[in-house]
Unconditional design. Structure first.
Length: 740
């Protein structure tokens, strides 16, 4: 089978990893691959726009934004005559299937071409414009053109997928820009109005507002009554009265007044000047949101979707589909449904049917919008109810995003009139009674801070500590505890729960929230901090590529994770590593030697640089230096070996947009859960987490039963399914097998 790949419409970071994955997975299945340059315009023009791709055609592209295939908007392709020219070029090139990476316009064009394909072929055959022998004679006229779309759009406005290729990178770009604006705004006590992309979709505006703690947001999907600006000003004034020094207003480029006219940044600044007397500054981020290297999450997403696209093309169903990511799984969605529903959302917005548009956007979007509304309206109650305090602690080791969980939980609780205290340095502070009266403005800037402002250290609760902890809970009238951290934190909670019979004061509701860069926690598929750590690893490896790309060197990159290989496998896919060494593989000297043989073969085929990502405990008895010596001994002169131990670099820096958004979701749900438990006089211990995009609460005992304590990781880890993808992409060439 011969397939074509094209990227069309607006470019999006992550398109290159998708092209790479489609190319290599298809070649490995014995397919032929044609890279089509300049999108649908290239299909229409044909000729040298069609380039045969080999294994290395899409190599070394993971870290680059944009698309190596190029993209262009084609007016000619919109016409039936243009699509007929495209059909002629595809047929004469022997292409039986297409993978189109793009947004709604690109996929709409793909659907039109699929529907018209038989008519085009019959007309072209009648005019003798195609060679029927290219695809097996006259019977080729009856074969449909196989179509698979991949969602490529920073706007994340396509129905049928939770996230699209490019949106995570664009979101992180916006968050970084707003963080920078916030620091200067706070210095001068200013108000900034920031316009973000999205066309008629408010995804980027909503998610970046949640991630940055913005004070107001305007989006196309929300109906604005004629007095919307009064409500905005009142909310900003309440924030200033609470002690906030600056304001950030985010609005999507497609936001509209109640009469349907577009909202302009100048309109907002005029309102703020007239009603608040402030000189607001405007920042239009523009196309900077499309640029830059794709995030780690983007690269993994694009690679998984690319693999799924090839598997669908190799299957029996010829129906045109888009492969979307739904509940963290690749799922084919009928292309007709994708196009119809995506267009329906725009139509509903145009007609002012905002509730219907929100419903079509999906639950994730609606939940994020509701969370944002809660946070922007929230303010501390003047009087707190006499129902005891909620305590929050962060247990060690620290993880980026912990502060976001604490900030959101505190403000959600204080908005309901609850008194919240912070525990310094986790369980050590709980033992010592080191408690902090947290106030509303104490956490104002915490979203953008890495580490833990409460302090997070490893501490093992001993039997002698339990009376002191019980006394602290009584003295501070603590009726509920939110513990944010990793398995060490969960283990200490287990100790407290087990001592309740002996110490009745410990019979309070306790909720564990997952925060660990290792992503090794039960009751959740996502641990806060892992996405930031993964980005840190990928950024470091990208830099190593530039330093060593011209020499024959292999780098062993040691990453954290304890006995969990998530960071190693995910970063291996995201960086294009030739080997990933995971604790879950139970690797031996024999398997290591086979891996080195594959690496050596890659260098013999022209590779200049090799990357080996090794989890810190990949082997029970062998460390990184030992692996380096083995590789040097077996290199047979093909390459030199270097090591890079990233260490605590992986924990550092500001949390990613993903960790902030998910941390905000977990913080709000944690506060609501603990308030509900206290009010209902429940004393349950639970674990909160994210499973299939939903926030779920799991009984503590049930969650702990999921843990393989010998290896400090869950017994079932869904991400291990990516192993086959990583192995395919890392091969030195199509069909290569280690046993050969």
């Amino acid at each position: 089978m011969r397939i074509g790949i094209l990227t069309s419409g607006g470019d999006a970071p992550g398109m290159n990893p998708a092209v790479r994955a489609v190319t290599r997975c298809a070649l490995d299945r014995g397919m032929e691959v044609i890279g089509i340059h300049e999108g649908w315009q290239g299909v229409l023009e044909g000729g040298d726009r069609f380039e045969p791709f080999n294994w290395r055609s899409a190599g070394g592209v993971l870290q680059f934004g944009g698309t190596i295939l190029g993209t262009a908007r084609s007016e000619g392709f919109r016409a039936v005559s243009g699509r007929r020219d495209a059909a002629r070029n595809l047929f004469n090139a022997g292409i039986e299937g297409l993978v189109i990476i793009g947004g709604d316009g690109s996929l709409t064009g793909a659907l039109a071409l699929h529907r018209e394909w038989p008519d085009h072929l019959r007309a072209l055959a009648a005019d003798k414009a195609i060679d029927l022998n290219k695809l097996g004679g006259p019977s080729a006229l009856e074969k449909p053109l196989r179509i698979v779309g991949l969602p490529g759009s920073i706007d994340n406005d396509l129905f049928g997928t939770d996230t699209s290729i490019g949106s995570d990178t664009a979101l992180n770009t916006i968050v970084e820009a707003v963080d920078r604006l916030s620091s200067t705004a706070d210095s001068h006590g200013r108000t900034f109005v920031v316009e973000v992309m999205g066309r008629r979709c408010g995804y980027l505006a909503v998610m970046s507002a949640v991630a940055t703690g913005a004070d107001w947001v305007l989006i196309p999907e929300e109906e604005l009554d004629p007095r919307w600006h009064y409500r905005m000003v009142e909310a900003l004034q309440r924030g200033r009265a609470a002690g906030r020094r600056h304001d950030i207003i985010l609005f999507a480029e497609g936001a509209r007044h109640s009469d349907g006219l577009p909202i302009r940044a100048e309109t907002i600044t005029e309102i703020l000047k007239a009603r608040m007397g402030v000189e607001a500054r405007v920042t239009v981020l523009g196309h900077v949101q499309r640029g830059g290297p794709p995030t780690a999450q983007e690269r993994v997403l694009a690679s998984r979707l690319g693999q799924a696209a090839v598997e669908y093309l190799a299957g029996p169903d010829p129906s045109p589909v888009m492969i979307g990511m739904v509940n963290n799984r690749c799922r084919p969605v009928p292309l007709e449904e994708v196009v119809r529903t995506s267009q329906a959302i725009n139509s509903e917005i145009d007609q002012g049917h905002f509730e219907q548009a929100l419903a079509l956007r999906g639950r994730g979007f609606s939940d994020a919008l509701e969370l944002l509304k809660t946070l922007t309206r929230a303010e501390p109650r003047a009087e707190t109810a006499s129902r005891g305090r909620i305590a929050i602690l962060t247990g060690g080791p620290d993880a980026p995003g912990m502060n976001t969980v604490v900030r959101t939980a505190l403000r959600t609780a204080m908005n309901e009139g609850w008194d919240v205290v912070g525990v310094r340095y986790g369980f050590d502070g709980l033992c010592k009674g080191d408690i902090w009266n947290l106030e509303w403005m104490d956490v104002q800037s915490w979203n953008s801070l890495g580490g833990s402002e409460l302090g997070a250290i490893r501490y093992q609760v001993q039997p002698d500590d339990l009376p002191g902890i019980a006394r602290t809970l009584q003295e501070w009238d603590i009726h509920g505890l939110i513990a944010v951290g990793g398995l060490n934190t969960y283990e200490q909670v287990q100790t407290l729960v087990g001592a309740r019979d002996e110490h009745p004061a410990l019979r309070i509701p306790i909720l564990c929230a997952p925060a660990s860069i290792d992503n090794n926690l039960p009751g959740t598929q996502v641990s806060i901090g892992a996405d930031t750590a993964l980005n840190n690893i990928v950024e470091a490896v990208d830099k190593i590529k530039y330093t060593a790309g011209t020499s024959h060197q292999a780098f062993i990159i040691e990453v954290m994770g304890r006995r969990c290989g998530y960071l190693a496998l995910a970063s291996g896919i995201a960086t294009g590593a030739e080997m990933e060494l995971l604790p879950e593989d139970n690797a031996t000297i024999e398997t290591l030697l086979r891996d080195v043989e594959q690496l050596r073969e890659g260098f013999r085929r022209g590779k200049k640089l090799g990357m080996v990502v090794m989890s810190e405990n990949a082997f029970r008895y062998y460390d990184t230096d030992f692996v380096r010596h083995v590789m040097e001994a077996e290199a047979d002169g093909a390459f030199e070996v270097r090591t890079a131990v990233l260490g605590h670099l992986q924990r550092g820096g500001v949390p990613s947009a993903f960790d902030r958004v998910e941390g905000s979701r977990l913080g709000a749900h944690a506060a609501r859960q603990i308030m509900s438990d206290i009010s209902a006089r429940r004393t349950d211990a639970n674990v909160i987490g994210i499973v299939d995009q939903e926030v779920v609460v799991t009984p503590f005992a049930e969650a702990m039963a999921q843990v393989d304590w010998e290896n400090w990781r869950p017994r079932e880890q869904d991400w291990l399914k990516w192993r086959a993808l990583a192995d395919t992409l890392a091969k030195p060439g199509p069909g290569w097998r280690k046993e050969s």
